[in-house]
Design a protein around this ligand. Structure first.
Ligand SMILES: Nc1ncnc2c1ncn2[C@@H]1O[C@H](COP(=O)(O)OP(=O)(O)OP(=O)(O)O)[C@@H](O)[C@H]1O
Ligand SMILES: [Mg+2]
Length: 261
């Protein structure tokens, strides 16, 4: 039951070994994860799929250090993974720029440097010139871009010592319309290539997983554990369609076993 920080031999951004997580005790205990083994390499983009309630958010929370595993080990090579959720969760009284700066502040960066860095990150997510807007003045898609810039700020912050950055994303685009989602998926890929951050991305959408990920990992129904994974890096469009079909079939099997449980 440990969560350790790896300082030497940084061959993984995060490694989970035999991770179990239960909530509650006695007869009302819920086993959310059981024996999860999963590694993400530095700079790798891994997508996580599974039925609703199979423990995906729990897994991200464990990696983020928001929860502790009941058993098993989590080895991280960054001191502070960054997280991004379905809702942007920005501070409503702060401007877009200040929301990003806040993530840099925890790292002790000076004010002027924070401003400059926030402006760079907002430019990276194509929000240059909108740094003075408050969240209510922005669209949902723009707010998610600010959240992405903020997450990148904390990812970079958490890896200042040169260790690989890690970004944890929990269905970050699922509340957006299809066109905005498509644009933001493209932006995320561009930003990922530019920053070489490792990404662990939870989604319900197989197409999204295949488009974004280099590897797609399927969790079983609760209690979740890794049942299958696919390498989907650099597939030609025809092969991508085959992978989407195959993964959809496996996901449907997992969901129907969940419904029957
Ligand atoms: N803090 C908690 N206390 C008690 N039970 C919890 C807690 N967090 C999660 N659970 C339970 O653990 C299981 C896994 O939940 P989790 O939120 O990780 O699922 P998920 O795969 O993210 O689902 P979804 O796809 O719907 O977001 C569920 O049965 C849930 O009720
Ligand atoms: Mg969830």
């Amino acid at each position: 039951m440990t969560a350790t920080l790896e300082t030497s031999a940084m061959t993984t951004a995060v490694r989970l070994t035999g991770v179990h997580k239960s909530f509650g005790a006695g007869r009302s205990a819920v086993s959310a994860l059981e024996g999860v083994d999963l590694s993400v390499a530095p700079g790798e983009f891994v997508c996580l799929l599974g039925a609703s309630g199979c423990g995906k958010t729990t897994l991200l929370n464990l990696v983020a250090g928001l929860e502790r595993p009941t058993a098993g080990d989590i080895t991280l090579s960054t001191s502070r993974p960054a997280v991004m959720f379905q809702e942007a969760a920005l501070m409503p009284w702060l401007t877009a720029s200040r929301n990003v700066e806040l993530a840099l502040r925890f790292g002790g960066m000076r004010r002027a440097e924070r401003r400059g860095r926030a402006a760079e990150l907002l430019e990276l997510v194509r929000l240059a010139g909108l740094g003075d807007k408050r969240p209510h003045e922005l669209s949902g898609g723009m707010r998610q871009r600010v959240a992405l810039a903020r997450a990148l700020a904390s990812a970079v912050q958490g890896s200042r010592d040169g260790s690989p950055a890690l970004l944890l994303m929990d269905e970050p685009f699922s509340a957006l319309d299809a066109i905005t989602r498509d644009v933001l998926q493209g932006e995320l890929l561009r930003v990922w290539r530019a920053t070489n951050t490792a990404v662990l991305f939870v989604t319900h959408d197989v197409r999204e997983a295949v488009r974004l990920g280099q590897r797609v990992v399927l969790l079983s129904s609760r209690p979740g554990r890794v049942v299958r994974e696919w390498s989907v890096d650099g597939l030609e469009p025809a092969d991508e369609a085959v992978a989407v079909d195959e993964i959809n079939t496996s996901l449907r099997e997992v969901i129907s076993s969940h419904a029957a449980a």
